[in-house]
Design a protein around this ligand. Structure first.
Ligand SMILES: [Zn+2]
Length: 501
């Protein structure tokens, strides 16, 4: 069976094929980099990673763009409060996002791009929209005229004539001709960052950023555009309007949206005290691979109810899988083969692949592999498992892990590398929620009240050693970690000097 995906645009599950050959062009809305990513964000990014990995598993070549929204109202507000230019203010969170991605085994996307690197492209799109009569100016800002685009609402199925009270719209105090119109270009305001452009001084609207970065790298028509369901309206609706108005071509063929994550049955919010960043969970001693496993275990179109019991169960399930793989690798088995067991491995592999083809049903894909593990353990205990089956089983598990990416336990090494583990360095350690005691997994992360001189010196020595050993990536990572923690290194002839930012 071919891959089928639920397309929000058609409200149906459809067979997926890319527009051209085997190359799949994907755009995924990335984070707004003014804070650490929370587990709701990472639920979406993990689902998109599963999508990406499964496409590749099925032989497609993936070209994926993810944006980093690094200019936006909240960023400007917070950067101003911190007294920093936005580029400098966001650098810390951009770096934290890269580290979080590595911790969660999120595959590198082909283009991870920053909005502020594409201002010229954004200006061009606005000029095109002006030329074609879709945009108008008011008080120095430029708006998209929704009434000029009859297809508006086709993604979210909102009614154009209806009253949209309560809908999330750009709540700026700019003058609009119609309440539905949205801002493409915001006039510069006193004391805020802006760009001098042919459109006048100002900055891009958020929706514009995504359309431009998507089309710059992937062309006018994407195969898949993805994000959380909260982005359908108005963000994705507006992306469609401005992109299709400018090019006259369909913007995205498939719109694939991930459902929310809730915590203990409630919406995650800071005021309820149930708001967790990835780093909060790590600070409580949870392993990134177990977090990934949990986030991946619920099919993306179902809400995921996050609980700490659920996370502990995920840790146990993951251990069971690892133990079985270890057994498969190391246990001495009787010679010969057992055709029944070989068939079982093939059937489990098929069930796993078909589950993912079925709109990424990760729960069934997991069930298929657990059944195999359960049967395999029993067969080994009874001495029925033969040498001949070892390869079949290992192959099934290895293929499963190409998608789920959790079996190699590199958590400790990574947490150490990125300075999350106490006693090594406290760089980039978790923010916000304090570590509540030594956790079962033994990862006691510490709070970064600034690094001691001793730790900084130690990390500089580590970096020197890495460089001497030709491990330049590791050396760069250490430098980046220190930078994240507010320590700037300067290499001089007489050695490395450092200073606090
Ligand atoms: Zn977007």
């Amino acid at each position: 069976m071919p891959l089928r995906l639920y397309n929000t645009l058609s409200s149906r599950v459809e067979e997926f094929q890319p527009l051209e050959g085997t190359r799949v062009r994907i755009y995924t809305c990335g984070p707004t980099v003014y804070n650490y990513g929370h587990i709701g964000n990472y639920r979406t990014f993990v689902f998109q990673d599963i999508l990406r990995r499964h496409l590749r598993y099925r032989g497609f070549e993936v070209m994926q763009v993810m944006n980093l929204t690094d200019v936006e109202d909240k960023i400007i507000r917070d950067a101003r409060a911190a007294g920093l230019p936005i580029r400098e203010y966001t650098a810390k969170y951009v770096e934290a996002f890269r580290i979080d991605r590595k911790l969660l085994n999120l595959d590198e996307v082909e283009f991870l791009v920053r909005a502020t690197d594409h201002i010229d492209d954004m200006v061009e799109l606005v000029q095109t929209l002006e030329r074609k009569g879709y945009a108008y100016r008011s008080d120095g800002s430029i708006y998209f005229r929704v009434s000029a685009f009859p297809d508006y609402g086709k993604l979210s199925k909102i009614s154009l004539s209806g009253n949209r009270a309560g809908a999330r719209v750009d709540a700026d105090e700019y003058e609009k001709a119609d309440a539905r119109d949205f801002v493409l270009w915001k006039a510069a305001k006193e004391g805020e960052d802006f760009w001098e452009t042919p459109l006048g001084p100002g900055r891009p609207g958020w929706h514009l950023e995504c359309s431009v970065m998507a089309m710059t790298y992937l062309g006018p028509t994407l195969d898949i555009h993805s994000g959380g369901t909260d982005l359908i309206f108005p963000h994705h609706e507006n992306e469609i309007a401005q992109s299709e108005a400018a090019t006259g071509k369909p913007f995205a063929r498939f719109w694939v949206h991930g459902e929310h994550l809730i915590v203990n049955g409630q919406k995650m919010s800071k005021s309820l005290g149930n708001f967790f960043t990835l780093r909060d969970l790590i600070a409580r001693g949870h392993k990134p691979t177990a977090i990934r496993y949990l986030l991946a275990s619920v099919p993306y179109r179902k809400p995921l109810n996050f609980t700490f019991e659920g996370l502990e169960q995920a840790e146990q399930s993951l251990e069971r899988l690892r133990n079985f793989r270890q057994r498969l690798t190391a246990e001495k088995l009787p010679a010969g083969s057992n055709p029944h067991l070989a068939e079982r491995a093939a059937a489990a592999l098929r069930a796993f692949e078909e589950a993912l083809d079925d709109n990424l049903n990760t729960a069934e894909a997991l069930a298929a592999i657990f059944e195999l593990v359960w049967e395999g353990n029993i067969a080994m205990d009874r001495g029925e498992f033969r040498e001949g089956e070892r390869g079949h089983y290992l192959d099934a598990i290895e293929r499963w892990d190409r998608i789920f990416c959790v079996l190699d336990d590199e958590d400790y090494a990574k947490l150490k590398q990125f300075g999350f583990i106490s006693g090594v360095a406290t760089v980039a350690a978790a923010q916000g929620t304090p570590a509540d005691g030594q956790a079962a997994t033994g990862y006691a992360a510490t709070q970064p009240e600034g690094l001691s001189d001793e730790v900084i010196q130690q990390r500089i020595t580590d970096r020197e050693r890495a460089r001497r050993g030709g491990k330049y990536r590791e050396a760069d990572q250490i430098r980046d970690e220190l930078l994240t923690a507010g320590v700037v290194l300067e290499d001089t002839r007489s050695g490395t000097r450092w200073k606090r930012k």
